[in-house]
Design a protein around this ligand. Sequence first.
Ligand code: GLC
Length: 610
Amino acid sequence: MDTDVRHRISAILLAVALSAVLVPPPPVSAAVLPYQDPSLPVATRVNDLMSRMTLDEKLGQMTQAERGSVTAADITTYRLGSILSGGGSAPTPNTATSWADMYDGFQNAALATPLAIPMIYGVDAVHGHNNVVGATIFPHNIGLGATGDPALIQQIGRAVAEEVSGTGIDWNFAPCLCVARNDRWGRTYESFGETPDIASSMTAAITGLQGGTLGGPASVLATAKHYLGDGGTTGGDDQGDTQLGEAQLRAIHLPPFQAAVQRGVGSVMVSYSSWNGVKLHGHQYLITTLLKGELGFTGFVVSDWNGIDQIDGRSGFTAGEVSAAINAGIDMVMVPTAWKTFLTSLRAEVQNGHITTSRVDDANRRILTKKFELGLFERPLTDRAYTPTVGIAAHRALARQAVARSQVLLKNAGGVLPLARDGGKIFVAGKNADDIGHQSGGWTISWQGGSGNITPGTTILQGIRAAVGPTTTVTYHQRGTGIDGTYRAAIAVVGETPYAEGQGDRTGSMSLDRDDLRAIDTLRKAGVPVIVVLVSGRPLDIAANLPAWNALLAAWLPGTEGGGVADVLFGAVPPTGKTPMTWMNSVSQQPINAGDGQTPLFAQGFGLTY
Ligand code: GLC
């Protein structure tokens, strides 16, 4: 071989040797399996993942346990696919950072399983991230319905999504799309209004929470709840029986869920209630045929808290109820504490053929699709960039705007409102004037809500004090003690104290309580104009008292930003709210709704302005 060829061969060998040294070999990272490859279509990733899953891993995905009943080790051992915080279930200390740390702890336990399938964590952030101390608490839905502004509700959804994301949480059991038909119902305030059109428009909250498409910045899976007819039970009995023909059920209660499905809502929660005596949690026609079939819902269906226990009317759940619920179309079961028993029962029901593997696969496909679309496989841990958004001024300003827009002015005799900012003395009374807990209502820090300074915010009284000028004196006494004729006006902030769900059902009187009536009477006897501000989760029976009042403002349940009520009282923001509920003339009229032929005190859609 001549010299020249030899030289060229050695040059080539040298180049090969150098390239091996200068261009490192591809990283020896874990083999990227198809389900781990975000460049592949979600359906491909789901199919690949499911082909690798054992039956136990699939059953774990269908099981949701409460944070207080599991350890991180349990999540790994039992392959649990979801955790929730029930109302008020929070880490200690209850701060945004400790929530994020808790979430990451549970998530890392899920990622420690062989296939590293991330868990999804659900909370009820129904009017802000309301389990978290320091979070912005927005008006409850009944007040948001009074705004008539879906764009505002979408903005609120976005703000809530940022605060929820900042604590790691990726799934919100909201919005409630219930159409409350009887104001006796303890969940009336979770309804946007008594007719489906309002709730349908307010599904804008879903877009706020999820973003345009799932998986974007601070995208949180939304839940349309409670399917179907929860607000239509006879007597407003929570978890009761909705006795309607199918045409009426579809006309009144279905449209908001159709709108939610069209908006791409990721999950639907089943109602505790029954339809003509059959519990929704076992209702295959409504869940599978109607919701998944006719409406084309492709997300996943979650039960309510121990909801499957109610199918047979007896406490606890049986194997029969487990298979009834899954075969009805429920994909994930919220079994807060008895999740081990549930898993055992579910496995037995699959192994004995009562639940088919195709049903198990359908449930998993739905759940895993949402987890992939949310980006949980790529970004399983808290995005700490959002943690500082919890309770930020911009969100509180948005909440204050929503509070002002939700106020409904029902009476304004002699144009007593708006009050002048400057000069003289104003008296404030009532148990709801200086109480963050009362003005926030249920689902705030604790499940049932509470009294006093339960979380940072501005009470209505503090809002009034901040609204008046330096020459005005504001005096407060809950019972009105000390008022006299030298005051130019008196404001009585009265109404309901917090409640949630069935504990808020009112089967008897719907009037103001004696303390409120006494306080108002004390103010009236001083001979000064009396403005009543009603802080309540629903219309109350006040027709007999109204003639003695100069003005009436329905404030609903405003949340932490009580300054928004003062904005309307002093004219910084004119009242534009319209009542989303027909207002009874008498409690004997319940249920009373638009078009039912009864004569209300105020019709749905009524609201004064100035
Ligand atoms: C409750 C409610 C439901 C809530 C769930 C989890 O009982 O009915 O609205 O999302 O349990 O807290």
